[in-house]
Design a protein around this ligand. Sequence first.
Ligand code: ADP
Ligand code: MG
Length: 233
Amino acid sequence: MLELSLEKSFPGFQLALDLMAQEGEVLALLGPSGSGKSTLLRLIAGLLAPDRGFVRFGGVDLTPLPPERRGVGFLFQDYALFPHLTVAENVAFGLVEARWPRAEREARVRELLERMELLSHAGKRPQELSGGEQQRVALARALAPKPRLLLLDEPLGALDLRLREELLFFLRRTLRETRVTTLLVTHDQGEAFLLAHRVAVIRQGRLVQVGRPEEVYTKPKDAWTARFMGHKN
Ligand code: ADP
Ligand code: MG
């Protein structure tokens, strides 16, 4: 189980929320721009230190651990692929850092490239790929070290509609097959409904409502949530 209770302030912004997710659960984080979704993921990943609070996974306190020791895989908009490395080297990156033996590393990279239908691109640089392919590489890189927790910050955000659908297919299959506990930030409710077991609605750094997607949609807690979920009045 993932359990967290975190506080973080920036000038003019305050995040304070408690959240839980079951092992293997996909939890979507929905909220308007500036509500603190990315900040929350960065706190969980250990890229940002909280003012107060903790992150626990499977009973282990991750709070004092650096990002690379948290068993967390992430795909963030501002964590681009390494342009000077090949596709295969990008996917292998975390495995080299974690000192996987060469043979296991190569087998793991191959397995992921196969799953993401990227084998024929293994030797290319990221900039030679389409946006959708680059996101598949980023997803493969995040999954390579077999994280127990996957953090996805608007993984489909920058893509056009056709590529979104294509990546959605890979994402859905991957989440089903690996059953990795996942926090998925999205502003697309369709995506949340399709991928997530539960959704958490966040507003101004606070948790407004958490529940099954259809529950939150049909029984929004207040007028703001109703409007946010697209109800007309
Ligand atoms: P979201 O991902 O939901 O759009 P963010 O987590 O990126 O929201 O940002 C939440 C708020 O925190 C915003 O007001 C943003 O300007 C502020 N913020 C985020 N990161 C920093 C930072 N490193 N320094 C100062 N303010 C920040
Ligand atoms: Mg964000």
